[in-house]
Design a binder for this molecule. Sequence first.
Ligand code: FCB
Length: 449
Amino acid sequence: MSYRKDFAWGCATSSYQIEGAYNTDGKGPDIWDVFSHSPGRTKNGDTGDVACNHYHRMKEDVAMMASLGLNSYRFSVNWARILPEGRGFVNEAGIRFYDELIDELLKNDITPFLTLYHWEMPYEIYKRGGWMNPDTVEWFGDYAALVADRFSDRVKNIFTLNEPQCFVGLGYVSGEHAPGLKTTLQDSLCIFHNVLKSHGRAVQRLREKARQPLMIGIAPTGSMCYPASDDPKDIEAARKALFAIPEDPNRWTWNVSAWSDPVFFGQYPNEFLQRFEAYMPQITDADMKLISEPVDIYGQNIYNGHMIRMGEDGNPTYVERPADFPQTANGWPITPECLYWGPRFLYERYKTPLYITENGTCCNDVLSPDGAVHDRDRVNFLSQYLEQLEKATEVADLRGYFLWSLMDNFEWNRGYSDRFGMVYVDFNNLQRIPKDSAYWYRDYIKSHK
Ligand code: FCB
């Protein structure tokens, strides 16, 4: 077996990371504008003010996607670009940008996959308490309704939230990302519950305003677990470890099941409640019903995983990695098995058509004297990971794969130093240069259609 005929082969990006034009044409400030403008928060003080200037180079970028053989593209709408205050006044110039992007994609036979929230919270919403304020559930719903109203005649596939684990964990627990807070456990769990309610409300409002039947999902992240051997005991241990809840209260967001179980099953995992219920806000049946508003697709971002074996005490054991274990330029482990075992375990549990909404690698890419970028490490990474993904088509209903990322961009608090693109961006002049991996990916897509 291999990929479906209609498999989505794409790249993913997010608005703050590529668009630039941070205060152009009436866009309101978002929390990343404020965070990156605040001293010492990002590497070298880098900001997304200009980023790849995709806002002004959109047509050229879509042409590049088409020439590289993509049939799909995952992007995010910046909430503050279309609703500068997060609610109320609609900025038609912002709407126009996404209208034109969508039209340009369709003209090039590229299917748009839209993400509502890839971390761009309007600063005005944040000032009103952001995810801490239960009213944000309704405001996020209104934003979703506007997106459906204006874009769903042409956009069928919509993800609500990108990586809630990260934006809550890094934004409100460790404080490394915008808005840069280290909140109490009670506050971060209140944010967690409101975030999930916002997802549910967005699903409802998207459907209410949909101009065609939509495929709606969520796009969480997680480190996958894979077994040390084919022994059923190791497989069971890896499955258990994947859905386990971390004990460390400072790391509580880093798990799969506390985010996905409520969405798909309408309940928080028992293990999570046992550990954290005392710090959670009041949870009602109506909340859980809202959070589990049915979705059509599941997007999972997968970058790496951990090898697990069954310990002698009958508990999953993390197999220690040797010191020379392969890693990416930003120090993430290279574990291709995660693209087989991740989809297998996730599909087994949630039984929902699956997209890999992000996967990719950071490399030390350099422009060679011959004018090309020979990113052999990325080609190597992709060929190993995609071999596993193809195998996973036998055990999971896999619908698509989005490489992170189309082009080098603003990598959050790491600024422009971490390059994830299949297209190199020279940040002195914003020239785009497809790397060897872009041509490799183009050929891979062609030979697997
Ligand atoms: C993910 C984010 C994405 C990008 C990649 C490298 O966590 O969703 O925006 O930063 O990692």
